[in-house]
Design a protein around this ligand. Structure first.
Ligand SMILES: [Zn+2]
Ligand SMILES: [Zn+2]
Length: 262
């Protein structure tokens, strides 16, 4: 009897906490961070005004890395015309611009994990046309060094991957890839320096299941050096095809932003 009363008290307490947390943390628009109406939260995941201005990557897009390219009929972006990549092909939901850029920063660095479901939904939309052709067997998030993950509390690529896995029904292997060392900041480096900086930073766990076709998930694609280094490591273990989906991609050199209003 006493145990039942205790359980009852606990349940009430749990309900109170949920109620308070909804009051304290109502769902917010991932782009402008305003409080969402319940219907917007359920249907779109962002407010109608922001939905209109999202910088979706539109065709024409690079047939290798998925960056928008300036002109119709141009198959590859400036970057991909100049250098080969170790991955097969990738796609992105958005260009890394404007309010979205700030939003991604908040998701990564200000603990806004509540943005993940909306962003993963947009990435799944970007993926939809490619999945039947790519046929990946597994989703692999780009790993984060354990020290960084401990400080941040989470790896946003892992959270995005899990949500994309839930939406697509594809399995997610969080532990297959790992970081062997902390990578110094890449921000000020060019592509060549980035690749050198990254060399040997990723590895595949011993005894991990073997796959032939994999889909990498990351938040931002810049020069592609991370994707290339991971692809190189994966291919050494027998992976044949490496695809990726990212939330945002840089616009590429001289490429024109093709963001249009939805
Ligand atoms: Zn908004
Ligand atoms: Zn490209």
């Amino acid at each position: 009897m006493h145990r039942k009363i205790e359980q009852y008290k606990k349940n009430i307490e749990h309900k109170k906490i949920n109620f308070l947390s909804n009051l304290l943390y109502p769902p917010r628009c991932p782009i402008c961070d305003r409080i969402l109406r319940l219907s917007d939260s359920a249907e779109r995941g962002c407010c109608p005004a922001c939905m209109e201005t999202l910088p979706w990557v539109r065709e024409p897009a690079c047939m290798k890395c998925g960056k928008p390219v300036g002109e119709e009929g141009q198959e590859y972006c400036e970057d991909c015309r100049k250098q080969a990549h170790a991955f097969d092909r990738g796609t992105a939901a958005f260009t890394y611009t404007g309010a979205l850029r700030h939003s991604v920063y908040r998701m990564k660095s200000e603990n806004r994990r509540d943005y993940v479901p909306f962003f993963a939904k947009t990435m799944t939309t970007a993926l939809a046309r490619y999945l039947p052709r790519w046929e990946p067997e597994v989703i692999l998030p780009v790993p984060m060094h354990p020290g960084k993950k401990r400080r941040r509390g989470y790896n946003q690529s892992e959270l995005l991957a899990q949500e994309i896995g839930r939406r697509t029904g594809l399995p997610v292997e969080k532990e297959l890839l790992y970081c062997t060392r902390a990578v110094p900041s890449q921000k000020t480096l060019g592509r060549r320096e980035r690749l050198l900086n990254l060399r040997g930073s990723f590895a595949v766990r011993r005894g991990a299941p073997a796959f032939q076709r994999v889909l990498l998930v990351d938040d931002v694609y810049t020069t592609g050096s991370t994707m290339d280094e991971i692809s190189r490591v994966l291919r050494e273990t027998g992976v044949e095809s490496v695809f990726f989906v990212v939330l945002c991609t840089g616009k590429g050199k001289k490429a024109v932003c093709t963001a249009k209003k939805v």
